[in-house]
Unconditional design. Structure first.
Length: 154
């Protein structure tokens, strides 16, 4: 099932059989509508995801934090963008520095803890907030080495 014009339930991990509740499917659709579709248009090309919704056991197995927005609890949602129309650093910088009309809660350029190479850009959305925090950080995947907050232009 398509959640938006360019993103399917399988990409966000909320397809039937995953244990995703109707609210978690709605959270995935909100992430597509409010973040992923606008990012796709802004960056000028397709976006691929390596991870969206994670059931609690999967979140724990991957080293995700207990309150991860990948759990899609409340009105939270997150996705890890691993395919972009430009290098990760360029996309990260373009979004945080030039994307004034874009909405996100957290934007994290995640690096492999062993190689230091860019792995993905984590993006989240919190539907409970009237205005998203628009926090941008750089760090190792799953926060294994902590995150460093970086500048965001309003």
């Amino acid at each position: 099932m398509m959640l938006s014009p360019h993103f399917a339930d399988t990409e966000l991990g909320v397809q039937p059989g995953t244990g995703a509740t109707p609210q978690q499917v709605a959270n995935a659709q909100q992430l597509c509508d409010m973040v992923l579709e606008p990012f796709r248009a802004f960056l000028g090309g397709p976006i691929g995801l390596s991870c969206g919704f994670r059931p609690p056991a999967d979140n724990q197995a991957t080293g995700g934090v207990s309150g991860s927005q990948h759990l899609y609890l409340g009105l939270n949602s997150a996705g890890d963008m691993d395919q972009l129309p430009m290098p990760f650093q360029a996309a990260f910088d373009k979004i945080r520095l030039e994307g004034r009309g874009l909405d996100w809660d957290q934007l994290i350029l995640e690096k492999d803890k062993d190689t230091g190479l860019d792995r993905c850009i984590h993006v989240s959305y919190n539907g409970a907030l009237a205005v998203q925090r628009r926090e941008a950080m750089i760090g190792e995947t799953h926060g294994t080495g902590g995150y460093t907050q970086v500048q965001v232009n309003p």
